[in-house]
Design a binder for this molecule. Structure first.
Ligand SMILES: Cc1cc2nc3c(=O)[nH]c(=O)nc-3n(C[C@H](O)[C@H](O)[C@H](O)COP(=O)(O)O)c2cc1C
Length: 190
């Protein structure tokens, strides 16, 4: 009888242990994160890259097939963004539907998101679970552009912030602080 009791205790205890071990593995599974951005001159790319490294996230740089270089490219870029035009973008490597959090960055053009980002959001509508938005700009605040991104994606971002070109280029303390806040917030959602 004593032997039976010990066997029973071991079996129950053992199976409990197995279940809790599986649960622990399940609980610790980190969410998949993707950082997507368009960048014409590298500012948004710098922030996107830093976020991706800090979060161990995959990266997707959007490539606009339209030539945005030079003075003419700048003018047409401003016109396209201001009118809310889409553009042709290269096919992407990652499917946002495979990710728990997608972090999307855009430079602000004519108080709007860049056409490549507009196109990406439109092409992937319905594939996003949680989103974070960030902008880079000469002066315009993210609050001028992020609401239109949220409207387009039909989802409120869990976090949003903006970086100024100057502070990004100078690695200014203010930029590092904003970046750390953003990363800490995202990590806190895990
Ligand atoms: C066509 C065009 C329009 C722009 N319009 C704005 C604007 O409305 N407000 C602003 O603060 N910066 C504006 N900028 C500056 C960019 O937002 C800024 O340089 C940004 O950080 C560039 O990011 P990137 O290097 O990733 O392309 C504009 C830049 C371009 C090329």
């Amino acid at each position: 009888m004593l032997l039976l009791s010990i066997l029973f205790a071991l079996t129950v205890g053992g199976s409990d242990t197995v279940i809790s071990a599986e649960e622990t593995v399940e609980e610790k599974k980190s969410p998949k994160m993707l950082v997507v951005y368009y960048s014409r001159t590298g500012v948004t790319e710098k922030i996107g890259g830093l976020i991706a490294v800090a979060l161990d996230a995959d990266q997707e740089k959007l490539i606009d097939k339209k030539d945005r270089s030079g003075a003419w490219g700048y003018l047409v870029a401003g016109k396209d963004a201001g009118f809310g035009n889409e553009t042709d973008i290269e096919p992407q490597k990652h499917d946002p539907a495979d990710y728990d959090i997608v972090i999307i960055g855009t430079p602000i053009w004519a108080w709007s998101m860049a056409p490549a980002v507009r196109t990406y959001i439109n092409q992937n509508k319905g594939s996003f679970k949680k989103v974070v938005f960030f902008t880079t700009s000469g002066a315009t605040g993210y609050d001028k552009v992020v609401p239109s991104m949220e409207k387009l994606i039909d989802k409120e971002a869990i976090f949003k912030n903006g970086f100024l070109e100057k502070e990004v280029k100078e690695d200014a303390p203010g930029m590092i602080k904003k970046l750390n806040n953003m990363i800490e917030f995202i990590k806190g959602t895990i």
